[in-house]
Design a protein around this ligand. Structure first.
Ligand SMILES: [Zn+2]
Length: 120
């Protein structure tokens, strides 16, 4: 027995059917798109918050911080936009145009993108 993926009604007839009709298919796909949009928005807001935290610190003249202090400010280390290899071999983790390099287990240096991203 097969059921409509949208409303759960038992499907009769062709066995390759997934939905009762076009209405159920559209409804189901709209839900998926809405969920995807919400996931994008959630991740985007985390990334923006991360970038804002770094921007604020740089604005205050603070260039060295600790993972603990950033976490306390709401920084989420799981999410970042990209990473770049610095000339000295360090790897900088960016959230948009602000990033950080771990210089040891307890400290990190905040970086600001000064080069063109389009060159990559
Ligand atoms: Zn249905």
């Amino acid at each position: 027995m097969k059921y409509c993926q949208d409303c759960g009604t038992i499907l009769k007839g062709r066995t390759d059917k997934k939905f009762c009709d076009d209405y159920c298919r559209c409804h189901y796909n709209n839900d998926i798109n809405r969920d995807r949009e919400q996931d994008f928005k959630k991740i985007n807001s985390i990334l923006r918050k991360n970038a804002n935290i770094l921007e604020k610190l740089v604005g205050q003249g603070i260039r060295i911080s600790t993972p603990h202090l950033l976490s306390a400010a709401g920084f989420n280390f799981t999410f970042f936009t990209h990473q770049l290899n610095e000339q000295n071999g360090e790897i900088c983790i960016y959230c948009y145009n602000y990033g950080y390099v771990k210089i040891n287990e307890g400290q990190l240096v905040i970086k600001q993108v000064t080069h063109s991203l389009s060159s990559n």
